[in-house]
Design a protein around this ligand. Structure first.
Ligand code: AMP
Length: 279
């Protein structure tokens, strides 16, 4: 695996690969890799000849009171994991390489960026879209793989690619969970043992919602209310949002149908966790 820190070097390497007829797949990450990330890497390796993983904790997608400073980092461990997965290139630029001076240009996907997580995290998706656009410019991948764990992010990025005619094939991969159901996340490392247990309310409430849907209930308000009750019964949990939304515009729906996304964000202590399911 070749580790690259400079944008121009990354672009040259990819152009060389493409010149030899190989396709390139990109997996953008913020590191502290877990099995969820690695599932995307494996998918990229299946979908393209050359796998590039980017590792960059993007400062502009964090709010002023968020966890940029404390975000977990372990470069050597991440690199070792990616070597085992036979990743070809690890692109790990410094902050100064990505944002060398005052940055004035941003990509936003209006409307979609303000829903769900966008309400609690204003500016977050603008930061995500801008960095992914920059990664696409630096790497010029044929395809890019994102996780459905961040369902809103995936939908917003797909919309950005469509609206701006970006020649990247977008692939969205399923959520990888711990054996007990908790969706894997780098932020799970913030949880102490009691919080780790309490965090199960997210996946449990989704499983109960799934069971209600399977039993024929399509009433979004009823299903969301039952999820809220389940989560509020957990003393360490505080609901940020629970919503059933249309994937096209992320607007709340009254009735669940195929394609509806049931998404939630919950604070467990001071850690904000998200999860979702696709009907
Ligand atoms: P992050 O490092 O948190 O920015 O995540 C990088 C990519 O991994 C994003 O596309 C996420 O959606 C994806 N991802 C994170 N956790 C999971 C998971 N548990 N299952 C599947 N994909 C995930």
């Amino acid at each position: 695996m070749i580790i690259i820190r400079q944008i121009d070097e990354m672009r040259r390497a990819v152009r060389r690969e493409k010149g030899q007829g190989r396709t390139v797949g990109l997996v953008p990450t913020m590191g502290y890799l877990h099995e969820g990330h690695l599932s995307l890497v494996r998918l990229a390796r299946r979908e393209a000849d050359v796998a590039v993983v980017s590792l960059f904790v993007n400062p502009i997608q964090f709010g002023p009171k968020e966890d940029l400073k404390s975000y977990p980092r372990d470069f050597e461990r991440d690199a070792a994991r990616l070597r085992i997965e036979q990743v070809d290139y690890l692109f790990a630029p410094a902050d100064k390489e990505m944002y060398p001076g005052e940055h004035r240009t941003f990509v936003e996907v209006r409307g979609l960026q303000d829903r769900l997580c966008g309400r609690t995290r204003p500016g977050h998706f603008q930061g995500v879209c801008t960095v992914v656009m920059k990664l696409f410019q630096a790497i010029e991948p044929d395809c890019a793989v994102f996780g459905r764990k961040d369902a809103q992010q995936a939908l917003i990025l797909q919309r950005m690619v469509a609206d701006l005619n970006i020649p990247v094939r977008m692939i969205v991969a399923p959520i990888i969970r711990e054996p007990d159901g908790l969706a894997m996340s780098s932020r799970n490392t913030y949880l102490d043992p009691a919080e780790r247990k309490a965090a199960l309310v997210l996946s449990r409430s989704l499983a109960e919602a799934r069971a209600a849907v399977d039993a024929g209930n399509r009433d979004a308000a009823e299903i969301v209310a039952a999820m809220r009750a389940a989560i509020e019964s957990e003393p360490l949990a505080r609901v940020d949002y629970i919503e059933a939304v249309d994937p096209a515009d992320l607007a709340p729906v009254a009735e669940l149908r195929e394609g509806t996304i049931v998404a939630l964000a919950v604070f467990i202590g001071r850690t904000r966790l998200i999860d979702n399911m696709l009907i």
